[in-house]
Design a protein around this ligand. Sequence first.
Ligand code: ADP
Ligand code: XUL
Length: 549
Amino acid sequence: MGDTQCRKSYLGFDFSTQQLKAVAVNDTLEVISEATVHFDSELPEFRTVGGVNRHEKSHVVTACPLMWIKALDLVIEKLKITGFDLSTVQAISGCGQQHGSVYWKKGANEVLKNLDPNKFLHTQLQDVFSIRESPVWMDSSTTKQCKQLEDAVGGPENLATITGSRAYERFTGSQIAKIFQTRQENYMNTERISLISSFAASLFLGDYAAIDFSDGSGMNLLDINTRQWHQACLDACAPNLSEKLGEPVSSSHILGFISAYFVERYGFREDCRVVAFTGDNPASLVGTCLNEGDMTISLGTGDTLFVWLPHATSTLNGHVFINPLNDTQFMGMICYKNGSRTRERLRDQCAESSWHLFSELLNSTPRGNFGNIGFYFDFREIYPLKIGDYRFNKFNQRIARFSNEVEVRACVEGQFLRFRVHAHNLGFELSNKTRIIATGGASCNQAILQVAADIFNANVYTSKQVNSACLGAAFMAKYGKCHKKTSNSHKFLNLSALVKDEISFSEMVSEMSKIAEPLSTTPAKDANVVYFPMVQRYKQIEDELNTEN
Ligand code: ADP
Ligand code: XUL
């Protein structure tokens, strides 16, 4: 730890759904220390399951900001216990589960600015929230407010063109609207509304931190082209909203120096910078070293794909966010509920609940699956809308059943055909340089990765470092820049001192690719011949399934 490499370090935090993670990297971006606090098991007093509190029958899902604060007290102690020297940290950044919102009550900023280093954060911040339980991304209780928001701007297409997404129940605009409509007094008593990411940054800054452009794009409130709040969207949700949200900033913006609390209590340097915090998905884009033309597929409980987009597209099926590494470009993202959970069902039905047998069945069938195509939807998606299993033979005729091995391949091929078709609809172009970066639980399955490589006709890379969002946050700490605006009013920023170790994006990608040590799966020679026509057939059948609906 005491070697020269570790004299400078950068710290990233991930306030994710189930846990708070911290990762420190050295000046060459290698991981040197990690710590985690698991909410359910280490903070049982908040009674969460999977990090959240589900409110029966109401589609309301929340979590307490105080739990995240307590977790922060703990995670920093844990970092110290690993022997990590906090005085080496040059800058910190972080990310959080997207869309969730935190409501600070009047006077809360004064408390943040005057924290006593002799006490824990959570004991001092118990009473600073006007809403004690924050709605999180799993909440789907705002159908009415979504309709109101879309109507206010002339429909879902218009909202998608302005904000990058049609109205989604988990997005923050409709969540704020519901709080205004149902708890008006609490709303009026709210001084500031943060996203979970900017809430976490505020703790380090000792001041309200600005919302960054990328996470701000997950609110249905930000105009992704002007990078300003969109007044008609704000007005459709609640009054005086822009003053409660503050001005948004670039995701690489240096917000200011760490608060005196962390300097005095934990020995951070006085000039340790706090770089804007962002959403976990934008941070993952950074952590997987995604470049234009590449695609990340995250194969977790649900499946998520994201791509770097040079231009904004308007899509009703997915999201366009401002790119965290380049404010004038974008990232496209689609989340699917039918990911690992659907593969697990097929594993249980066809492969005796064994991933090993599942992989053997997958490997025992040829690419293209004799022309058979399957759609398996256990959960409702935005697109296509249907729940159920749909099997088609090589003549595109609907059939009732497949043998076990054909079923397993149809499920996995169907999921990657869907990725390819929908990514194209988002404006993503495959090229011979395209890299597919696979993360998440199922990315350890070689047979599944081979199907991905074949369907995209591209190399698929996995990295040993699985914590891509947290790692991305640590990279952002190093990448942080001096933009004109600084929001930390109570401290003077010495800009020339800050720019000394500024790094350009291309330098960062080249440093990151050195350390990523990716393992690759290459496509078979005949992959394109087999799958190009199959992609067209998938598209056609999917369209037909949708019109039937
Ligand atoms: P999350 O972060 O969404 O909680 P993970 O990224 O940890 O989820 O992924 C968990 C999923 O990984 C499980 O639901 C499981 O289905 C899947 N998984 C684990 N091992 C394998 C395997 N060998 N093959 C395919 N899928 C797997
Ligand atoms: C993205 C989304 C989730 C959360 C939690 O739109 O809702 O991925 O960011 O990870």
